[in-house]
Design a binder for this molecule. Structure first.
Ligand code: ZN
Ligand code: ZN
Length: 417
């Protein structure tokens, strides 16, 4: 039997490390520049947190959540998104008593039993931020600015921002009524999923990916005309802030996002080539979630941005990334007697912060140097019987093959530059 990574998962190999470390570093740098502090929560939680927080009628909870009973018969779920768990931590650690909003970010994997396809993985890593405890449109503009700045800093171009408001408890029920009225006599024409959405989550009729459903959504009533005065004012302030920040956006009345907890602002960033199937980040406001999880009413906003899809788009756009460092020195031994000296030398170099690889025991010097060439190191430091007795090292520059003798205690100075 040969084992393989589970369907819909992928291994991140060293050759992709340049991308991964650049994206991770840039995301963290950007979050910190905006004053967000890091939070990490467990990969699994009490399943009820997500069933309640994300919503029973959503695709995530109905089809995609990894749920299991552990050995103590506790029902747990791998986190299918990053927000409900951060809100749980906000409540559990009494962050309501801190100055608001509390600005948090995380870089962590999320898990969904999704249909595997390009850029959609059952485990993917995302940068998420949550700003909890402030209901103003200014903070919506801030998280959108943060995400747009992240894409800019990665060198991605042509990313478009799609924006909508889906109202709140005041005005959404009226809109949903209008939506149901529109779809009432069209249920034979929509897909099976949409018939169930009509009952449980009618907003999601608008962003179904099935072609005939999309065609029907074009003439569906638009939320814009149903927003209450407070929601309309919030939405117009947000657009004003984005304009002041010179962040371009497109209003998209059919953008609703897949989660129940959103209120007012929702947004998505799309890469140039494809449509909403390939969204590389998005989020919105979720003013009702904390209360739903047992806290006092607390407005909040945030986003999640998946690294895998970002990296796919960086590769597509040939975005340059800083090289991942390769080891600098390869320590080769030219005789059996020099093996221990090779290990000691490598340890000295590493303690001086110089990345060093040691040649494998039982390989000829020639094989070790070929190996060193393949690793793209700058120097090979060779120790054999002659070097041992002279307390020297033969230092070979891998670029030009030039070799010289260096006193053992001067090696560091010669490879450090
Ligand atoms: Zn549909
Ligand atoms: Zn409203």
């Amino acid at each position: 039997m040969r084992f393989q990574a589970p369907r819909g998962t992928n291994d991140v190999l060293p050759e992709d490390e340049a991308y991964w470390s650049f994206v991770r570093r840039t995301g963290e740098r950007m979050a910190k520049l905006f004053g967000y502090g890091r939070i990490e929560t467990p990969m699994f939680e009490d399943a009820r947190l997500f069933l309640r927080g994300v919503g029973e009628g959503t695709d995530i909870v109905e089809k995609e959540i990894y749920i299991f009973d552990d050995r103590g018969n506790d029902r747990l779920a791998l986190r299918p998104e990053g927000t409900a768990n951060v809100c749980r931590a906000y409540l559990e650690h009494g962050m309501q008593s801190l100055p608001q909003p509390v600005r948090l970010y995380y870089v962590s994997p999320v898990f969904r039993y999704d249909r595997p396809q390009a850029g959609r993985y059952r485990q993917h890593t995302q940068l998420g931020v949550e700003a909890i405890g402030d209901g103003s449109a200014l903070i919506d503009a801030e998280v959108i600015d943060l995400l747009a700045s992240f894409y800019d800093a990665l060198g991605l171009s042509g990313i478009s921002l799609h924006l909508n408001s889906i109202g709140d408890a005041e005005c959404r029920p009226g809109y949903i009524e209008a939506l149901r009225a529109y779809y009432k006599d069209k249920l034979d024409d929509v897909c099976k999923d949409c018939r169930s959405r009509y009952e449980h989550n009618p907003l999601r009729l608008l962003d179904c990916k099935v072609e005939r459903c999309q065609a029907l959504a074009v003439d569906a009533p638009s939320i814009g005309e149903h927003l209450c005065a407070a929601c309309a004012e919030h939405f117009s302030s947000l657009q004003g802030y984005l304009t002041a920040l010179e962040i371009k956006f497109e209003l998209n009345p059919r953008l609703v996002r897949g989660l129940d907890y959103y209120t007012r602002t929702v947004f998505e960033f799309q890469p140039p080539e494809e449509g909403s199937q390939s969204v590389i980040g998005g989020g919105g406001r979720y003013d009702g979630l904390i209360e739903l999880l047992g806290g006092k009413p607390t407005p909040a906003t945030g986003f999640g941005a998946g690294f895998e899809r970002i990296i796919i788009n960086m590769k597509r756009q040939n975005t340059p990334v800083p090289e991942a460092g390769t080891p600098r020195v390869y320590v080769a031994h030219a005789s059996e007697a020099a093996r221990e000296a090779a290990l000691q030398l490598a340890r000295e170099l590493r303690r001086a912060d110089i990345a060093t690889v040691v040649g494998g025991s039982g390989r000829s010097l020639k094989a070790q140097l070929r190996h060193a060439g393949g690793l793209d190191v700058r120097y090979a430091a060779i120790i054999g019987d002659r070097e041992l007795s002279a307390n020297e090292v033969t230092l070979r520059s891998m670029d030009d093959g030039e070799q010289r003798q260096v006193a053992r205690d001067e090696l560091l100075a010669n490879v450090a530059d």
